[in-house]
Design a protein around this ligand. Structure first.
Ligand SMILES: [Zn+2]
Length: 209
């Protein structure tokens, strides 16, 4: 390791701390960066330096955005009759890519996990209840606000959904509709290869033809 220049060694160690980057990849990226022209490195450096200042969190839905409110909360053409509750920002981007949902979002910022020590204080429950209050006020007469849970079908996702359901029911009772995204067989999969749990869930969540 003594032959590796100090700066490259430091950069490699920093890159190694990024998710999904092992020591080999980190070294390769560090050498690749060194091979880039100076102006591209400056641009990259400036982007990193400005990251914390240029990105803000939407105070309505907690999405990371350029502006507050974000483009979604500030878009008057979007439907305000539903909130899609997700764990993470990346989930919003994934759902937006489908172009099949035109409602609002709420980012919890994590999931409950007793094993990892993540409790209710680690997810933005109060903010969610506040957002539900805000959107409930602007519903058309006779329209119930729908809360769609788009949480991973894991123990953590289910624990979180159950906890939030109770919190929401305590606060709003039957004044809101609760639903969750369908859990089931992936498109293009042979039923024969689907595990029992997924199959059970997809039968429970069947829809009419
Ligand atoms: Zn927003």
């Amino acid at each position: 390791m003594g032959v590796i220049p100090k700066s490259l060694k430091t950069l490699t160690l920093e890159l190694q701390r990024l998710p999904g980057i092992g020591s080999k990849s980190a070294r390769r990226i560090a050498y690749f960066l060194f091979s880039l022209p100076e102006e591209r490195l400056s641009f990259l450096g400036d982007s990193l330096k400005g990251l914390k200042h240029s990105v803000t969190m939407c105070s309505f839905c907690r999405i990371l955005a350029d502006t507050n409110p974000c483009d979604i909360c500030g878009d008057v053409t979007r439907e305000v009759s539903s909130i899609c509750i997700v764990a993470d920002h990346m989930d919003v981007y994934a759902i937006e890519r489908t172009a099949g949902y035109k409602g609002m979002y709420y980012v919890l910022g994590g999931l409950l996990s007793p094993i990892k020590g993540h409790g209710p204080e680690d997810i933005a429950v109060e903010g969610l209840l506040k957002r539900v209050h805000q959107l409930k006020k602007i519903q058309r007469q006779g329209v119930k606000l729908e809360l769609i849970f788009a949480l991973s079908p894991t123990t953590e996702g289910q624990t979180t959904a159950l906890y939030l359901k109770e919190e929401i029911m305590n606060e709003f009772g039957d004044d809101v509709l609760l639903s969750r995204v369908a859990v089931g067989i992936s498109v293009g999969t042979d039923i024969d290869y689907v595990d029992t749990y997924t199959l059970q869930e997809s039968l429970k969540g069947r829809s009419s033809l």
